[in-house]
Design a binder for this molecule. Structure first.
Ligand SMILES: [Zn+2]
Length: 390
């Protein structure tokens, strides 16, 4: 395990990792080779071990989230349905699954969702209290689509939203940045903090002018928060498939990093999905695994290095495993592998960046340097304001 000396002269581990082998036990019982499958977890852990990364980390033992943990964000009713789901016969489980969007139940879901939440909470706690510098909760099932009273998109309990709420509640943090680079919009996190200026939620996601799941009008760039939370919800919609390193790097440098620096977070949590990675059938984007290492590196200078990654989606097993392993390697302080030269972002990415800047500039000084953007930026933009999409 790698240790470093902190400013108080005490020794501490640099990076923590948390997971539980049991997280591979659930699967879709009535659809063979379903995208959200156990190999997502087993192959990812295998790759991290192959590169010798796990043994370099402090291992945070897994635990089941308690009823109290689950109730930080979720209703009693949702927790009750989840608990009872483990005892249902298959046909009843199928019926229950049909009530939700993109979701299946399995007898182990209740246990694994609680393990994922317990691991996330404890990993974030290690970072917040300075026991480690940073860490990665490599968990399954994911969490960012789960809402207070609704399961959604392979997500049952919202790991990241709960951990962030607890960091505010227990440690009085006033500025937490949640960056969601999963290719889907984490609406469960957005809803949780929509009126809250203490938690800045930035999401970059496939939107396709509203034609991409979860088909929400509120995933677009003009949904910026409400009440005192206005300006603290940043949606960066990608309206074409095939976005790659250059598109994501442009978004990082033009929007994410300037706003993040101005916000000056005390803690950064990443909803780290790898479904924007090359080869993912759900994402249809082309970000290389190496580029995720660079994202980690770019975020490492914020919040004194207090950076927590929490696994969300990722359905191309190879680029998921490689992306997670290279992200963990970067958390451990290894230099990032070289990135291929960047091309130009797609015109639709440029349009999204300009629309985000135009919409959020009243709230962030760093976005006021570009001079006046002409109205043509908005008029270039076809059909997005018509809802529902054609
Ligand atoms: Zn996703």
């Amino acid at each position: 395990m790698e240790e470093e000396v902190n400013s108080d002269g005490q020794r501490r581990y640099r990076t923590a990792v948390s997971y539980d082998e049991h997280m591979s036990s659930h699967f879709h019982s009535w659809k063979e080779d379903f995208t959200e499958k156990p190999e997502r977890f087993t192959e990812t852990i295998k790759r991290c071990k192959k590169y010798g990364l796990v043994e370099r980390c402090k291992f945070v033992p897994s635990r089941l989230a308690t009823e109290e943990d689950m109730r930080v964000y979720h209703t009693e009713e949702l927790i009750d349905i989840l608990e009872k789901s483990q005892f249902l016969p298959l046909e009843e489980m199928r019926k229950l699954s049909r009530l939700y969007d993109y979701l299946y139940f399995h007898k182990d879901i209740y246990t694994n969702a609680r393990l994922a939440l317990g691991c996330t909470i404890d990993l974030v706690e290690q970072v917040v209290t300075g026991k480690v510098l940073n860490g990665f909760a490599i968990v399954r099932p994911p969490g960012h689509h789960a809402m207070s009273n609704e399961f959604n998109g392979y997500c049952y309990l919202n790991n990241v939203a709960t951990a962030a709420k607890l960091a505010v509640k227990k440690h009085g943090l006033k500025r937490i940045l949640i960056l969601d680079w999963d290719v889907h919009h984490g609406q469960g996190i957005q809803y949780c903090f929509y009126d809250n200026p203490n938690v800045l939620y930035i999401s970059i996601h496939k939107y396709l002018d509203g034609k991409e799941w979860p088909y929400l009008r509120e995933s677009d760039y003009d949904h910026t928060g409400e009440g005192t939370g206005v300006g603290f919800n940043v949606n960066i919609p990608l309206n074409v498939i095939g976005c790659g390193n250059c598109d994501y790097m442009a978004v990082f440098h033009q929007i994410i990093l300037p706003i993040a620096y101005e916000f000056d977070p005390e803690l950064v949590i990443v909803s780290a999905g790898y479904d924007a990675a090359l080869g993912c059938p759900e994402g249809e984007m082309e970000v290389t695994p190496v580029c995720f290492a660079h994202f980690v590196s770019l975020l490492s200078s914020l919040a004194g290095g207090k950076l927590c990654l929490v696994l969300e989606g990722g359905y191309c097993i190879d680029t998921l495993a490689e992306g997670v392993a290279l992200s963990l390697k970067t958390l451990l302080g290894d230099p990032c592998p070289l990135l291929e030269p960047l091309g130009s972002p797609h015109p639709r990415t440029r349009e999204s960046i300009l629309n985000v800047i135009k919409t959020l500039r009243p709230h962030w000084k760093c976005l006021q340097f570009q001079g006046q953007l002409s109205d043509s930026v908005v008029s270039e933009f076809k059909g997005v304001l018509d809802w529902p999409p054609q």
